[in-house]
Design a protein around this ligand. Structure first.
Ligand SMILES: [Mg+2]
Length: 163
């Protein structure tokens, strides 16, 4: 229930060729630590703008799916010119289903790209979409985050994966 379908170091390592080969036509994109460099930081990962254009040119449908408040999520979406489902309450499946509907695709044709096993991946499983985990993160200070990251590290190790 927690193991992602695929694990990548960084979002920009996901190629359109890989998506075509796996019949993935649309992506639900997490913001913090996935498209941005850290939690609550709006700085984009290097190469992200080029990656987004490449995806669009190759016919991949994109939408932002974030637990951030709608205003912040939308501001981020505007900065990368993507539509947004904010206040998604991941890992609950409702936001995922809304985003899949907005892309006009089937659930099995869509994948979530996110950095958190207990929100992005778990929610993706509950919603019935494919799950792509990215592992290159900036570690958070907050205690609750530190605990979750420790558990994630443990799971990644079990799956024979290093951050
Ligand atoms: Mg995140």
């Amino acid at each position: 229930m927690l193991k992602p379908n695929f694990i990548f170091k960084c979002i920009t390592d996901i190629s359109s060729e890989f998506l075509h080969n796996n019949n993935i036509k649309g992506l639900l994109l997490d913001v913090d630590n996935t498209m941005s460099v850290a939690h609550g930081n709006k700085t984009l990962r290097s190469g992200l703008a080029e990656w987004l254009s490449d995806m669009k040119e190759n016919g991949i449908e994109l939408i932002v799916l974030s637990n951030a408040k709608t205003v912040r999520a939308r501001r981020f979406g505007d900065s990368v010119r993507l539509s947004v489902v904010g206040l998604a309450a991941k890992p609950l499946p409702f936001g995922y289903l809304k985003a899949v509907k907005a892309l006009k695709l089937k659930r099995r044709e869509v994948a979530i790209v996110g950095d958190q096993i207990f929100t992005d991946v778990l929610g993706g499983k509950l919603a019935g979409v494919k799950t792509l985990l990215v592992t290159d993160i900036t570690r958070e200070e907050a205690f609750s985050f530190r605990v979750r990251r420790k558990i994630e590290d443990f799971l990644l190790k079990r799956w024979k994966y290093e951050r």
